[in-house]
Design a protein around this ligand. Structure first.
Ligand code: CA
Length: 223
């Protein structure tokens, strides 16, 4: 049985184009154009992946994404017509798996669909994003059910990077987050907090790397 891909797109031409490409690749695409129809359909027939346009009649892609995330981790790729929207969407922590900006080539979309499906298939249910829980009130982070025993600063670093996955932050940006009172701290301080943080993570899950250093640029959270 082929994977059902739900295309939520109110431009019929674009929806048809995507649908044709995905079918050629062996998927089973289905199109919806009204935002109000999405949730019932997702509950009824859980798709393998959802391509979700941001601007839709009925209900916005943003709302839909949030609502789906309240009951399902189905991969979602959000589609927006404005590149500057992507940063804002990332900041909102909607829980989408990827973002695509219009205009796009259908081939690019197919490639992203494949990549996201591969990634989600590789994640065992007990691993990946769902395995890390952050309790913002108690500054407590648990990974696969184990308390990471982080200091407040380590927790804040992890929490900030986790909320903005795949985005690279340099030391100054991280310091601004952690030390809003502009205390004078050496930028090596961030390095040592990150080092300790990684040590604690690998103590629980040695085979995964959540915090990556990007040479000459900074750090990012990526599963
Ligand atoms: Ca639209």
């Amino acid at each position: 049985m082929s994977d059902m891909i739900l295309i939520v797109e109110d431009e019929p031409k674009l929806a048809r184009l995507l649908s044709n490409y995905l079918r050629q690749e062996g998927y089973d695409p289905e199109c919806l154009e009204n935002g109000l129809d999405v949730l019932p359909r997702v509950r009824e027939k859980m798709p393998a992946l959802i391509l979700l346009d941001l601007m839709l009649p009925g209900k916005s892609g943003m709302e839909i994404c949030k609502e789906i995330r309240s009951f399902s981790m189905v991969p979602i790729i959000m589609v927006t017509a404005r590149i500057e929207e992507i940063d804002r969407l990332l900041g909102l922590e909607l829980g989408a798996d990827d973002y695509i900006c219009k205009p796009f080539s259908p081939r690019e979309v197919v490639a992203r669909v494949k990549a996201v499906l591969r990634r989600s298939a590789a994640q065992q249910p007990s691993e990946g994003a769902s395995a890390l829980h952050l309790d913002e009130e108690r500054f407590q982070a648990t990974l696969r059910g184990h308390d990471l025993e982080l200091t407040v600063v380590e927790f804040q670093l992890l929490s900030f990077l986790f909320a903005n996955p795949k985005r690279i932050y340099n030391r100054n940006q991280l310091m601004d987050r952690i030390y809003p009172d502009q205390r004078i701290v050496s930028d090596r301080t961030i390095d040592s907090h990150i080092k300790n943080l990684r040590k604690k993570i690998s103590g629980v899950a040695p085979e995964i790397e959540l915090i990556h250093s990007v040479y000459g640029a900074g750090y990012k959270y990526d599963e």
